[in-house]
Design a protein around this ligand. Structure first.
Ligand SMILES: [Ca+2]
Ligand SMILES: [Ca+2]
Length: 323
């Protein structure tokens, strides 16, 4: 079975009067989602805007060092998946898009994204943005490279379009919003849908994490995992590209994924396509396979973080040898 996917960068309109990120439950007030986004542990997520020719664009990104932002490859890929044609990129923070930010000096798609020609299924949709000056009043996000992610509750944060599960996306991008979902699956898996049939994620890299947008009291729309929504069930929208997926690790909020694409089951299972309504799916690239690249480009995470991980592994090996 194939999935239909859509790019997740949003055109930026000239004026953003009604700005809402991501689609929400129709039976939960939006203020719960916007309030969640304002928790200080998500302060590292900001918006990116840029131009290609005369067109303006908005997406999302996460500060991972004082002068580096992690985002999606398709956010920084420009006209050739390698960054061409991009100008005037800035990174800003706060509850809404306000046009104010730090200018970027470099935007660097992951090499595999460029060489794949922008293949979303390859699970390499990552990019980095170098800022012209350090941001010192916001703590960069900490990344997690070792926690097993399937079945965990994740929190997505970004500035994308909103709407409800009934309507799909129907607002402009530009308001910071956070919502939650269980990380249901990864590329390569076979999942069970609410109607009992199977969804085959074969051909998609295991570095792509998936969750679906479950509808309250309508289990047939589930395409994977539980058929019931969580309290702040949510799906990313256009403009959430490059935004963050966080988990809680022992009381510490850790960045584990980068928003990549929205997908839907093919017609007739979904007649609306990837519009952010109930039953649609999110694809998020796990950062866990990319620690070396991020470190090589940015110098984070600190080598101590990486060596701790190595120590853990070698410790395990020692225990095994003793047996
Ligand atoms: Ca589900
Ligand atoms: Ca749909």
């Amino acid at each position: 079975m194939s999935l239909i996917c859509a790019g997740m960068v949003c055109f930026l309109s000239g004026t953003l009067h009604v700005c809402q990120a991501g689609t929400i439950r129709d039976d939960v007030a939006d203020s719960f989602y916007t309030s969640l986004a304002q928790q200080s542990v998500y302060d590292s997520v900001g918006f990116l805007t840029w131009s290609i020719g005369s067109s303006g664009y908005i997406a999302s990104g996460t500060l991972i060092a004082p002068d580096w932002v992690l985002t999606a490859g398709h956010v920084v890929g420009g006209t050739d998946d390698n960054g061409a044609g991009v100008s005037g990129m800035i990174f800003g923070m706060g509850p809404t898009y306000n046009g104010i930010g730090i200018s970027a000096t470099e935007w660097i798609p992951y090499g595999g994204w460029s060489s794949s020609g922008g293949n979303l299924w390859a699970g390499v949709d990552l990019g980095l943005v170098h800022l012209s000056q350090a941001i010192t009043n916001v703590a960069p996000a900490q990344m997690d490279f070792s926690t097993s992610l399937l079945g965990l509750l994740g929190t997505s944060v970004g500035y994308g379009r909103s709407g409800t599960g009934l309507t799909g996306m129907n607002t402009n991008p530009g308001v910071k919003r956070a919502g939650q979902n269980v990380i249901d699956a990864q590329g390569g898996m076979l999942t069970t849908m609410g109607n009992g049939s199977l969804l085959d994620l074969d051909g998609i890299s295991s570095t792509v994490l998936f969750y679906d947008f479950d509808k309250p009291a309508e289990s047939v729309l589930s395409s994977m995992g539980s058929t019931a929504p969580v309290a702040l069930e949510y799906l990313i929208g256009n403009g959430d590209s490059g935004g963050a997926l966080f988990i809680d690790v022992g009381g510490v909020t850790k960045l584990v994924g980068v928003n990549s694409f929205l997908a839907s089951l093919p017609d007739p299972l979904d007649t609306t396509g990837p519009n952010g309504d109930y039953g649609d799916l999110a694809g998020v690239v796990s950062v866990q396979s990319f620690g070396n690249w991020i470190y090589e480009v940015t110098g984070v995470p600190e080598p101590s973080g990486l060596s701790l991980l190595l120590l853990g592994l070698s410790g395990l090996a020692l225990v095994r040898r003793r047996k």
